[in-house]
Design a protein around this ligand. Structure first.
Ligand SMILES: [Zn+2]
Ligand SMILES: [Zn+2]
Length: 304
C-alpha cells in the first residue's frame, strides 16, 4: 500500500503546497481522500493514472477539500475513462457533483456513483472497509479510517504436499480460505495448511478537525494517522475556534490512540518552514513527520 500526499496546505495554496488530497494505492485501486483544487495536476506529477478503479472520499464541503473535483472529472472524461467512479461524502456532495455535471460543459464518459454518507461503516469491500466519524469542524464533516480485514495466514507448502494436495489451483483455493476436495474424495480444510490469520493495515485521515474523543477511538492502533495541524501551538485558541488542530493536539491524539506513525498535514500558508510545527509534535509523539507535497509513505503488509 502506497500513500502519496498530493496537497498538504490549509485553506490557501502556496508555491510549495497544494490543497488537501491524499492518494492511497491499494492493489489495483486508487483511494483518494479529499480533492482540493489542483489535485489532477498533482496526480499527473506523481504519476498516478486516471483510469484505475477509484473511490474518492470527501471529508467536508469547504472549497480547499472539494474544488479539485470539477477538473478531475473533466480530465478523466477527456482521457476517455470508462471505469465507474465512486464518490463518498457528507450531505451536499451529491448536489455539488450534479451541479458540476449540469453547469460545466463537458461530456462525462463514465458513470459516477455518489454516496451521501453519515457516520459508521460507509464502505464495505471484500478486503477492507472504510469507517467515518463526525469531525469537530463544521456540520457535517467527517474523519475516515481505511481498515483492511485480516488476511489468511502463511501457506505451509510442506504440509500441503504431505496431505497430497497437488500444486496449482487447489493451493490458491486453500490460500483464500476455501476447503478443497481431492480426487480420492478426501476433503482438506484450510486450517490444516494455513497459519494464523494476519492482521490488516489501518490508516486514518482526519480532514479538518479540532480534538475529538471519537477520533481517538477511530484511530486506535492505526499504522498511520494523517492528522491536520493547521496552526502552531501558541495559536491553540484560534485553532479551537475554527475547528482546527495544533501539532500538540495531533500528537496527543496519536499518543492516546497508540498509533505507529503520525504525519501532519493541512499546514497554514503562514508557515514557510514547518519544522516549528514538527518539533512541537515530536515533544509528545516522537514518530511524527510533516507532509510535503509528493511525500510517499509505504506501508508493508503485516506478517504477524
Ligand atoms: Zn481545510
Ligand atoms: Zn474546512
Amino acid at each position: 500500500m502506497q500513500i502519496t500526499f498530493l496537497g498538504t496546505g490549509g485553506s490557501i495554496p502556496t508555491p510549495k503546497r497544494g490543497l488537501s488530497a491524499v492518494a492511497i494505492r491499494r492493489k489495483n485501486e486508487l483511494l483518494l481522500f479529499d480533492c482540493g483544487e489542483g489535485t489532477q495536476r498533482q496526480m499527473i506529477q506523481a504519476g498516478i493514472g486516471f483510469h484505475k478503479k477509484a473511490k474518492v472520499f470527501v471529508t467536508h464541503l469547504h472549497g480547499d477539500h472539494v474544488l479539485g473535483l470539477p477538473g478531475l472529472l473533466q480530465t478523466m472524461s477527456l482521457l476517455g475513462r470508462t471505469n465507474k467512479l465512486e464518490i463518498y461524502g457528507p450531505q451536499g456532495i451529491k448536489e455539488f457533483v450534479e451541479a458540476i455535471n449540469q453547469t460545466v460543459s463537458f461530456t462525462l464518459t463514465f458513470h459516477i456513483k455518489i454516496k451521501e454518507i453519515e457516520v459508521g461503516i460507509v464502505c464495505q469491500e471484500k478486503e477492507y472497509k472504510v469507517s467515518a466519524v463526525q469531525s469537530v469542524h463544521m456540520n457535517p464533516s467527517l474523519s475516515y479510517a481505511l481498515i483492511e480485514k485480516p488476511r489468511p495466514g502463511r501457506f505451509n507448502k510442506e504440509k500441503a504436499k504431505e496431505l497430497g494436495v497437488p500444486e496449482g489451483h487447489l493451493w490458491s483455493k486453500l490460500q483464500s480460505g476455501e476447503s478443497v476436495k481431492l480426487t480420492d474424495g478426501k476433503v482438506v480444510y484450510p486450517k490444516l495448511i494455513l497459519g494464523a490469520a494476519r492482521s490488516g493495515r489501518k490508516i486514518v485521515y482526519t480532514g479538518d478537525t479540532g480534538p475529538s474523543k471519537l477520533l481517538v477511538k477511530l484511530a486506535e492502533n492505526a499504522d498511520l494517522l494523517i492528522h491536520e495541524a493547521t496552526f502552531e501551538d501558541k495559536m491553540k485558541e484560534r485553532a479551537l475556534e475554527d475547528g482546527h488542530s495544533t501539532p500538540s493536539i495531533a500528537a496527543e491524539t496519536a499518543k492516546e490512540a497508540d498509533v505507529k506513525r503520525l504525519v501532519l498535514t493541512h499546514i497554514s500558508a503562514r508557515y514557510k518552514d514547518a519544522n516549528l510545527l514538527l518539533n512541537q509534535a515530536r515533544k509528545i509523539f516522537a514518530n511524527t513527520e510533516i507532509a510535503e507535497d509528493f511525500l510517499r509513505v509505504e506501508l508493508p503488509l503485516h506478517e504477524d
